[in-house]
Ligand binder design. Structure first.
Ligand code: ZN
Length: 344
């Protein structure tokens, strides 16, 4: 019996040694140490032994079990360690490999132009104001010196919601709304960027919806020279330090006198090219001294206060600045177009 047990121990330890995986080790454990295993089988024969021999044999059986269990534990530990080493070797991270690039979006060219202009005016003490895109006839036209029968309304034919509400045709209503808030007390220095709507036929340079930025400055002793100095600063900021501006007389119902503002061509420097249609000048915006009627209607005493205002089309500025030939590129969301405006 003693020899049988010793033989089983030898066999089991050898099998544990030869096992290649944790599963194989476990199989050996079940086979030899389990309740139906050969050791239990041998011990069944203990009844035939003398009372003296029985405890000795019991002790030996326990020893054999412990030896096998110890061999199993040791083998398991070794296999686990090998497994960890193998994984570490297989799953090494090569930190010198190039990373996968992160896709980033870019700002819309119109946003870039608006933010450039906002930055400039904020640095000159202006604030940025916004207003509703669905406007009343009063704010969109009447308060801007365009009464119901005024012929200049034709130039801004729009989308009407009711007889008295419409999609705003200009950002100028924001000027009146802001002046009313000031209750006749200056200074008012604002710029208003935003979408405007007109019943235009869409083509390469016209869209039924486009963006404007208007500016308004109302205070004591404001004159045409303040307007000119401000617009020159804008032109230099948007088109380069060497730019000059030229004012031509014009007409707007809400300003008097009114001017069209040209900037010297940034492409040819004034010699004449296709961008400036051989004239050396490019029209960029309209401006003028705020009409006394507009000041009075917004609650300002036109004897005490003067003001200047200007308005420009953001698309036009962006088209000139970036050499874009079709206004519709701004709205079609083509990534090939938009991704060209990534800023450093
Ligand atoms: Zn030119």
């Amino acid at each position: 019996m003693q020899e049988q047990l010793k033989q089983l121990e030898k066999e089991a330890v050898a099998k544990v040694e030869g096992a290649q995986s944790l599963k194989e080790v476990n199989d050996v454990r079940v086979a030899y140490l389990g309740k139906k295993g050969p050791i239990t089988e041998v011990l069944r024969g203990m009844g035939k032994l003398s009372a003296e021999e029985r405890p000795k044999m019991g002790a030996l059986a326990n020893e054999v079990r412990e030896t096998i269990a110890a061999a199993i534990a040791e083998k398991n530990a070794r296999l686990e360690e090998e497994e960890v080493k193998r994984k570490l070797k297989e799953q090494t991270i090569d930190v010198t490999l190039p990373g996968s690039p992160v896709k980033t979006g870019s700002k819309h060219p119109l946003t870039i132009v608006i933010e450039d202009i906002e930055d400039l005016f904020i640095s000159m003490g202006y604030s940025v104001e916004e207003g509703p895109e669905v406007e009343t006839d009063y704010y969109n036209f009447e308060a801007l010196n365009l009464p119901k029968d005024h012929p200049a309304r034709d130039m801004q034919d729009s989308f009407y919601i009711t007889e008295d509400t419409l999609m705003r045709t200009q950002t100028s209503p924001v000027q009146t709304r802001t002046m009313e808030k000031h209750k006749g007390k200056g200074p008012v220095k604002i710029i208003c960027p935003g979408k405007v709507y007109r019943r235009d036929n869409d083509d390469a340079t016209h869209s039924h919806q486009f963006m404007q930025i208007e500016g308004l400055c109302v205070d004591h002793n404001i004159s045409m020279s303040d307007l000119k100095g401000t617009l020159e600063t804008v032109a230099k900021k948007m088109f380069g330090e060497e730019r000059e501006i030229r004012l031509r007389p014009s007409f707007f119902p809400f300003t008097e006198p009114s001017v069209e503002v040209d900037v010297s061509c940034f492409k040819c420097g004034g010699k004449g090219c296709s961008v400036c249609k051989q004239t050396g000048w490019i029209e960029i915006l309209g401006a003028g001294m705020v009409h006394p009627n507009v000041l009075e209607m917004a609650g300002f005493d036109s004897k005490q206060y003067q003001g200047f205002a200007f308005g420009m089309g953001v698309e036009r500025i962006a088209m000139l600045k970036y050499g874009i030939d079709d206004i519709r590129h701004f709205y079609t969301n083509d990534v090939r177009f938009l991704s060209q405006f990534k800023q450093a």
